[in-house]
Design a protein around this ligand. Sequence first.
Ligand code: BYC
Ligand code: FE
Ligand code: FE
Length: 481
Amino acid sequence: MNLINVDYSEKIPNNVNLTEDRRVLRALEGWHPSYLDWWKDMGPEGFQESLVYLRTAVSVDPKGWAKFDYVKMPDYRWGILLAPAEEGRKVPFGQHHGEPAWQEVPGEHRALLRRLIVIQGDTEPASVEQQRHLGKTAPSLYDMRNLFQVNVEEGRHLWAMVYLLQKYFGRDGREEADELLRRRSGSADAPRMLGAFNEATPDWLSFFMFTFFTDRDGKMQLESLAQSGFDPLSRTCRFMLTEEAHHMFVGETGIGRTVQRTCEAMVAAGMDDPADIDRVRALGVIDLPTIQKKLNLHYSLSLDLFGSEVSTNAANAFNAGVKGRFRETHIDDDHQLTSATYPVLKLVGGEIKLVDEPALTALNMRLRDDYTRDCVKGVERFNKIIEKTGVRFRLTLPHVAFHRQIGEFRNVQATPAGELLNDAVWVRRCDEFLPSRGDGDFIAALMAPVSEPGQFANWIAPPKVGIDNKPGDFEYVKIAA
Ligand code: BYC
Ligand code: FE
Ligand code: FE
């Protein structure tokens, strides 16, 4: 069945015909109250009763799938939405290349698939937990609404993975679904699975960096899983990607507006030295070198999410037909990587060198390179904004050896330019490269909430256009007293 529209008369909106799937429906209805408890405990703090102008997916047709309305977040209709099935789809890579895509989990790849679905699922609620305090310091109602939109959609992404676990993995799938609500970002005894999802998101610049860099890892990983030979996973991820685009929009425009405001304030005050941090900060805006440090932090944390450059896990997932490459079907090769090589940056005798590795084990590196290319384009757009104001400063991505916890460079220290440092020098200099406590305190002090419709905090420029074409003074959130 090819369902485009979503049935909202159901308790759990869906386009997978849940009413005729009693077993899965019951499992999901059993999980639903725990999800709501989690949302109330760990979702946006202080705004559960507020009316938020949110979009809800009413169709999986990429053109016009959203409906906008005021909703209290706990009443958001989290649904199970899969992109339409592709007639006659084949496994696009790996040892099963060319065989019909699987509608059920292939027994031999069950454990591998479950692990990837669980990891993907774990990141979604983690990000909501990380962002739960930000509503209180939102620089505008417009930004507050965007935060909450991202949050409810990450909640829906959790539903998406839980549906796959409960439908296709039976009892252990249900156990994993419960565990996804038990782990907590930053917890000592039950942390979230991946490093970056246990870090704090202390302020709005971090939130924008997170949605720019970490949600973009989400995009790359979802693109790879959307290639999967396991068709329900592919279809799920394809629809998630349409939501992901908004998350990256929030990150990109958030950083862009911050940079723009800083430059405009500098120009208005007749300042031309971005390095004169104290004078720039006295204008009540975030100086460009500090923005660069935040960028260094979030980019390096996000690079870790690609795993080791050389990875047998990645090779196994590819061979199995479970996780492909970015735009796999557009790549012109054998889609099996039997003899291909790929250049990997490695540490060889204390020097950083490009070394050819079998392409099959270098898949994480390849995806990370695709990611970096995507990031570079975004950073160039920020530089255009700076350039237009006449301020002389360029943002850049730090070297991949900088500040890494995973992979080839985890045991060394390097500057953002990629120059290796010994530990003592690193300790002495790391405040030059990463946000210091003082930088954090300064940004925290700027984060006074602005909740008057149409008003924006001094440190950020207003957006060019409203959400859903609303006018500038639209009340995106009606804050409950
Ligand atoms: N932190 O062979 P290795 C998103 C573990 S974001 C902690 O190097 P592999 C979102 C690894 O698990 C996208 N542990 O790497 C964004 C393994 O452990 P085991 C999320 C890590 O497996 C914003 C060991 O190290 N989706 O959606 O090839 C907001 C050796 O692994 C880390 C996915 O990630 C780390 N950073 O690649 C909301 C897709 N890195 O098994 C949402 C699914 C590695 O030996 N996941 N390890 O105990 C995957 O494809 C892979 O698991 C990874 C790792 C790419 C993450
Ligand atoms: Fe997500
Ligand atoms: Fe996202």
